[in-house]
Design a protein around this ligand. Structure first.
Ligand SMILES: [Zn+2]
Ligand SMILES: [Zn+2]
Length: 222
């Protein structure tokens, strides 16, 4: 593969350095879940704070190469071009604070992490930013539906005829019908797209229908 003069120069500095997994000046990024938005410091300040090392691999950056470092919007740190290949992702903090689903540039490490946790219910909106329910109508709708779903599901657990309806409820991730405020990135994206609300609404409708039928059964059996 031909390399541009730019890449060639870049590659040279890597050959000269031995990569080490952590030392006093640098530690590998941890797979942490960040709820906040970073206020991007100037590159100079940030890179000084990083001891002139890439946040991903710890390689030392010569002053001439600082301009080529890339910012990772998720970790709020600068990375070398090997560790940051301009992948893009939504940023949990931006969704949770501003309902902003734009994609931002992230390091390879963050891209992997965010992909891995995509469906995990890691975000308790009530704890992180409950005002969002008031600001976003679709979220408030989902909040109200979940109250009903949790209640309905608890009723089904005492009903010996609820096997089918419980199976239907299992068609959505368990936390949506068992917890009131936990969300995954996938849930939040589905709400933004307008997909999740109608799906939950249908589960409430079917659940209510089941309960009504059971009431009739109980009434008849008396
Ligand atoms: Zn690196
Ligand atoms: Zn029942």
């Amino acid at each position: 593969m031909p390399i541009s003069p730019d890449d060639g120069e870049h590659a040279d500095i890597y050959k000269l350095r031995i990569r080490v997994r952590g030392n006093l000046e640098w530690a590998p990024p941890r797979p942490q879940i960040i709820f906040n938005i970073h206020t991007a410091p100037t590159k100079k300040v940030a890179v000084t704070k990083q001891n002139y090392r890439c946040a991903g691999c710890g390689i030392r950056i010569e002053p001439d190469y600082i301009k080529r470092l890339r910012y990772c919007e998720y970790l709020g740190k600068y990375f070398c071009q090997c560790c940051h290949e301009n992948a893009q992702s939504v940023i949990p903090g931006r969704i949770l604070r501003k309902w902003d689903f734009s994609k931002y540039y992230v390091s390879n490490f963050s891209k992997d992490l965010l992909t891995k946790i995509w469906s995990d219910p890691l975000f308790n909106l009530h704890d992180i930013n409950s005002t969002m329910y008031r600001k976003v109508k679709a979220l408030e709708q989902v909040r109200l539906l979940r109250i009903q779903l949790v209640h309905l599901k608890n009723m089904f657990k005492t009903c010996r005829l609820a096997k089918n309806i419980l199976e239907l409820y299992d068609s959505v991730p368990g936390h949506l019908t068992e917890d009131l405020h936990l969300f995954s990135l996938n849930d939040l994206t589905a709400i933004k797209k307008g997909d999740l609300g109608p799906q939950l609404k249908e589960l409430v409708r079917l659940g209510t229908l089941h309960v009504e039928k059971c009431m009739v059964r109980i009434y008849i059996s008396f």
